[in-house]
Design a protein around this ligand. Structure first.
Ligand code: HEC
Length: 166
C-alpha cells in the first residue's frame, strides 16, 4: 500500500515536472513582438537628415582628398594615419546607413524611383567605405565623384529647386 502510494506520488510529480517543462519551452518559442513601421521615429525631416547627417558625412569624405600642385609635381593631400582612416570610415558608415533611413516608411517618397535613387546612393556610399578600408586614395577620390552624382541625381528629381547641395 505504502509503496503504491509512493509510486502514485512519484508519477504525479513526474507529470507536474513534464507539464512545467512544456510550459517553459512553449514560452521560449513564442516569437518576440513584431516591430511595425509605426515604431520608427521619422519626425526628423528629410531636409534635417540631409543637413545634419548626410551632408556633413559626405563633406568629410569629399574634403579628405585634395591635390596640391607645385613645381615638384602634384601631391595628394589624403588621410595618413590609421586614426585618420578610422575617422573617415565612421563618416562612410553613416552614409551607408543613411540610405536605409531614406527608405523608411514615412520618409520614402515612393516605392519606385525614390528607392532606386536611394539604393544607388547606398551603393556609392559602400564603395567609398571599401576604398577607405583599402586606404586607396585614388579610388576614394574617383568614387567621391560618383557619390556626388548620386546626390545630384536624386535632387534633380525630388528637390529641383536645390541649386548646389555642397
Ligand atoms: C534619395 C534622394 C536623395 C539623395 C540620394 C540625396 N538627397 Fe539630399 N535631398 C533630397 C530631398 C528630397 C531634399 C529636399 C528636402 C526638403 O527640402 O524637404 C534634399 C535636400 C538636401 C539638402 C538641403 C537641405 C536643406 O533644406 O537645407 C542638402 C544639403 C542635401 N540634400 C545634401 C545631400 C547630399 C550631400 C547627398 C549625397 C551625399 C544627398 N543630399 C543625397 C533627396 C536626396
Amino acid at each position: 500500500m505504502t509503496t503504491r502510494r509512493h509510486w502514485k506520488t512519484l508519477f504525479l510529480g513526474l507529470v507536474l515536472v513534464l507539464s512545467l517543462l512544456a510550459c517553459t519551452s512553449k514560452e521560449q518559442s513564442t516569437p518576440a513582438p513584431v516591430q511595425t513601421s509605426a515604431s520608427f521615429d521619422t519626425q526628423q525631416s528629410i531636409a534635417e537628415l540631409m543637413k545634419w547627417v548626410i551632408d556633413p558625412a559626405a563633406d568629410a569624405i569629399w574634403d579628405s582628398v585634395s591635390w596640391v600642385s607645385n613645381e615638384k609635381g602634384t601631391k595628394a593631400n589624403a588621410p595618413k594615419t590609421q586614426e585618420d582612416w578610422n575617422a573617415l570610415r565612421i563618416q562612410a558608415g553613416i552614409l551607408v546607413e543613411s540610405a536605409n533611413l531614406l527608405m523608411l516608411e514615412g520618409r520614402a517618397k515612393d516605392q519606385g524611383v525614390w528607392m532606386q535613387q536611394t539604393r544607388n546612393f547606398g551603393l556609392q556610399a559602400r564603395k567609398n567605405l571599401k576604398a577607405i578600408e583599402e586606404k586607396n586614395v585614388d579610388k576614394l577620390f574617383e568614387i567621391g565623384g560618383d557619390l556626388d552624382h548620386a546626390c545630384e541625381s536624386c535632387h534633380l528629381k525630388y528637390a529641383k529647386d536645390l541649386a548646389a547641395p555642397r
